[in-house]
Design a protein around this ligand. Structure first.
Ligand SMILES: [Zn+2]
Length: 189
């Protein structure tokens, strides 16, 4: 599988939606698989954005199918191996540059950055000044991703969740408490 043929984004209600480029497809289509989840096939000659527009026009239908599958007791599992690998590649491309950008903007100095695959946290900061970021961050909205990055950067100065930490985070990420609430609506799985 070559790079850039797949993109994943997080829909607030639906969860991860996979956009896949296909050399054979002539038109855009949406599939709702009980295990693999929702995917949008986009002909290679069209941009991913066209797939997003099409998906939005079919969103109500997707929600109805998911509702039916759930009511019929079809289990929803976590991410597939393929989804994880696609997200990891995207995360390695997108997260370290964004971390570097936000650190420079606010005057933070970190040591190294690691992309992690876990269902226990969105990010963490080690005593050595290393920042760990969950690959699932590529599937949440950019402002929520930035919230997680800034949260971890603030831990470089405050390795706790005390008043000093929250004051600093509010300074670099106004409205951070509301952003956190919003983030927690995206289940880690
Ligand atoms: Zn924290």
């Amino acid at each position: 599988m070559s790079k850039n043929v797949e993109k994943i984004f997080q829909d607030e209600q639906i969860g991860p939606v996979r956009l896949c480029k296909s050399a054979r497809a002539r038109r855009i289509s949406v599939r709702v698989h009980p295990i693999k989840g929702v995917s949008v096939t986009v002909p290679r000659f069209l941009p991913f954005a066209a797939g997003m527009v099409f998906f939005r026009s079919r969103r109500d239908w997707v929600l109805a199918v998911l509702e039916r599958q759930r009511s019929q007791g079809v289990p929803r599992t976590g991410l597939s191996e393929g989804e994880i690998e696609a997200m990891r590649a995207q995360a390695k491309r997108e997260l370290p540059p964004r971390l570097a950008e936000l650190a420079a903007l606010h005057g933070f100095t970190y040591n190294k950055v690691f992309i992690k695959n876990n269902a226990s946290n969105w990010g963490s900061c080690s005593a050595k000044g290393n920042i760990n970021l969950n690959l699932r961050l590529v599937a949440v909205e950019p402002r929520l991703r930035d919230y997680v990055i800034l949260h971890e950067l603030c831990h470089l100065r405050h390795p706790n969740h005390g008043p000093g930490f929250h004051a600093l985070l509010e300074q670099v990420c106004p409205g951070h408490r509301a952003l956190r609430k919003e983030l927690l609506r995206n289940p880690l799985r």
